[in-house]
Design a protein around this ligand. Structure first.
Ligand code: SIN
Length: 291
């Protein structure tokens, strides 16, 4: 039996796991235990000190489900294809580093806004597994907001109202405001990156309901005027990221952080300079259609 330690990292949200080497081939029981700990902790697990190769990272991530970029599955949006690992299409690289020719080794400034990964797809991301390979001495934290507790904290009437709503998640809309127009690939503007999802979804693995809208990719609430939609979203966005729902992760090198995009939003804080290299690799698990 493998021994490891667990520790809560924020009240009711997140677990840190140490003393475990997931690269050494895990039993089905151990994987099931880790996934259960992750669910019980509201969809955030930090596994410290993982010396993972890209292959090991992919192999571990596959236990959560099929991966974006797997040649048998759908890719991430084409706009980020230049940041996909050249040998491993399942790995998306986030970095401010460049190679000898000045080419980026990853997407700089990825996720510097509240979002849920790939929420604009019909089947958005379930887990994301981000491996911190090089971390700035200071800065470069990632914020996580618990959307199950955000939902649970609403009044009964607001819960009923939100549960009647559907929202559009639209890459094109996001791209126009967040991506420099020169790097947006036109095919991403087609309908494949635009989906209508319920504003309250139920996580099939935990049975918990959570809010599922995010400033990064949600364009508007269906069936309302833009003024009405903006007001509803403004209220919800203010509510969703109240400090009591947020955990701020200060990275240690070799942390593997796993979050559940169905119930957690995240925000990468870009407060470090290019003299401070940051290099992360992410596997992104394809989820189910939100219900
Ligand atoms: C992401 O949105 O996956 C990037 C998170 C980070 O770099 O901290």
């Amino acid at each position: 039996m493998v021994k490891y330690e667990t520790k809560p990292i924020a009240p009711g949200f997140g677990v840190a796991i140490s003393g475990l080497k997931i690269a050494s081939g895990e039993s089905d029981n151990l994987i099931a235990e880790i996934i259960q700990l992750w669910h019980d902790a509201g969809g955030i697990a930090v596994i410290h000190d993982q010396d993972l190769t890209s292959e090991q990272h992919i192999a571990f991530s596959r236990h959560f489900g099929p991966l974006f970029g797997d040649p048998l599955e759908e890719p991430l949006q084409s706009t980020v294809s230049r940041y996909i690992h050249p040998e491993y299409p399942e790995i998306y690289r986030v970095s401010n580093k460049v190679d000898n020719e000045g080419m980026p080794l990853g997407r700089k400034g990825a996720g510097t806004y509240w979002h849920s990964d790939v929420s604009f797809r019909e089947r958005p991301a379930q887990a994301s597994l981000l491996h911190g390979k090089q971390i700035p001495i200071l800065g470069g934290d990632t914020l996580f907001a618990d959307q199950a507790r955000a939902y649970e904290a609403l009044s009964k009437n607001m819960k009923v109202f939100c549960s009647s709503l559907f929202a559009w998640h639209d890459f094109e809309d996001a791209a126009r405001s967040q991506y420099a127009s020169t790097v947006v690939v036109e095919e991403d503007m087609a309908g494949g990156n635009r989906s209508l999802h319920p504003v309250v979804r139920t996580n099939p693995d935990t049975g918990r309901k959570s809010l599922f809208i995010n400033p990064g990719f949600t364009s508007h609430i269906d069936g309302f005027t833009s003024e009405e939609s903006e007001s509803i979203l403004a209220f919800l966005y203010g509510h969703c990221v109240k400090p009591e729902f947020v955990y701020r992760h200060t990275w240690r090198e070799k942390d593997l952080v796993i979050w559940d995009n169905r119930s957690v939003m995240h925000y990468a804080v870009m407060d470090y300079s290019d003299d401070e290299p940051r290099y992360m690799e992410r596997c992104t698990v394809i989820g189910e259609r939100p219900t």
